[in-house]
Write a protein that binds this ligand. Structure first.
Ligand code: DC
Length: 335
């Protein structure tokens, strides 16, 4: 009999987060160790004291791991410990070596085992970088951070508070009171503004232009960059944006700059927006993209540009699958 260790973290103390994280952790332990459920003798789970909304053992039973004795316990409150963490010990009859599994923020606990992977992807609007980053994160089973969503949320908050974006003092005031949280629910990034999920609302076409405007303020960027660096220092992640490889994570080991012709990007955005039911015109989108490119490239603070050590990917004639394959191969070559 062998003991297999594992751990993961949740973004918030909610039953859904606990269910999602426990299911993912135990499924990964099962898959990476080639376990048959019948060979599992027992599963012990523990959670940090900030997790109170559901027994992890109950989540395990609900996820189909209830065929053996399950047990969950509370860990002592240790100062400086990784918060919102769930640990697992699975005892099972296996022949090979036990493969430990550390996911999400818990990867930071055992870098000796997991190695932290930080991938920076930059590029202009519509280059396909977000799709690529999302798919790559899924494939590597690490977190995806869409930094554009954070600037979009800042823009939305200015709209909500009636602040004129060209009035620096008004924007500064909004930013001082900003209540923005990035959460992860079942592997999906959720942008929470003033306690409300605004993930859909920030995708509105008019918010795109406003986000580009608000992101030109240095004080907005420094606040967002602090949040982004904190996330990247705690866990493996794929981060996409305009300045990740140059300013946010200049030391990232893996950097990519994804681009495509303005026409291809406009057509992609047009198809996406139409699919979402927005009434948009191709010509307007093309104009909007050109305008945003100009603003993002010419702003004084952290303009959009390729880091010298970033791999350039022109996705004009590539499918989303081909882009991910290319990125994954490049990363593999380096590891
Ligand atoms: O990637 P996106 O379209 O969601 O980004 C919205 C705007 O936010 C974009 O025009 C530029 C800005 N942005 C930025 O300045 N830096 C980032 N890291 C991400 C986005």
């Amino acid at each position: 009999m062998k003991a297999i260790r594992g751990a993961t973290t949740i973004a918030a103390d909610t039953p859904e987060e606990i269910r999602g994280a426990v299911k993912e952790l135990l499924t990964e332990i099962k898959n990476r160790n080639g376990l048959e459920l019948g060979s599992v003798v027992c599963i012990m789970l523990s959670s940090t004291a900030d997790i109170t909304s559901l027994y992890p053992a109950k989540a395990a039973r609900e996820a189909g791991f209830g065929g053996c004795p399950l047990f969950s316990s509370l860990e002592p409150l240790i100062k400086g410990a990784l918060p919102l963490c769930i640990r697992a010990m699975v005892l099972a009859e296996i022949c090979g070596p036990a493969v430990p599994v550390y996911l999400r923020g818990a990867a930071a606990l055992r870098r000796d085992i997991t190695g932290r992977l930080v991938i920076a992807i930059d590029g202009p609007a519509g280059s396909g970088k977000s799709t690529a980053a999302k798919n790559l994160a899924k494939r590597l089973n690490i977190l995806y951070l869409d930094t554009g969503a954070m600037y979009r949320a800042c823009a939305l908050e200015c709209v909500n508070r009636g602040a004129d974006l060209s009035d620096e003092a008004a924007v500064r005031d909004v930013m001082e009171k900003l209540d923005l949280k990035i959460e992860y629910r079942e592997g999906r990034q959720v942008t929470v503004l003033d306690g409300k999920d605004v993930s859909e609302e920030i995708r509105r076409p008019e918010i795109s232009q406003l986000a580009s405007k608000v992101s030109a303020y240095g004080f907005v960027r420094s606040k967002m960059v602090d949040m982004q660096r904190r996330i990247a220092s705690e866990m493996s992640c794929v981060m996409d944006g305009r300045d990740i490889g140059t300013a946010v994570l200049p030391g990232a080991e893996h950097k990519f700059f994804i681009t495509a012709s303005a026409e291809v990007r406009a057509k992609r955005r047009y198809d996406e927006d139409r699919a979402k039911g927005f009434a948009v015109s191709y010509d307007e989108i093309l104009k909007d993209i050109a305008e945003r490119d100009r603003r993002d490239e010419q702003r004084k603070v952290s303009p959009l540009r390729r880091a010298d050590d970033a791999v350039l990917v022109d996705s004009s004639d590539m499918t989303p699958e081909e882009v991910v394959e290319f990125l994954a191969n490049k990363i593999q070559e380096k590891i």
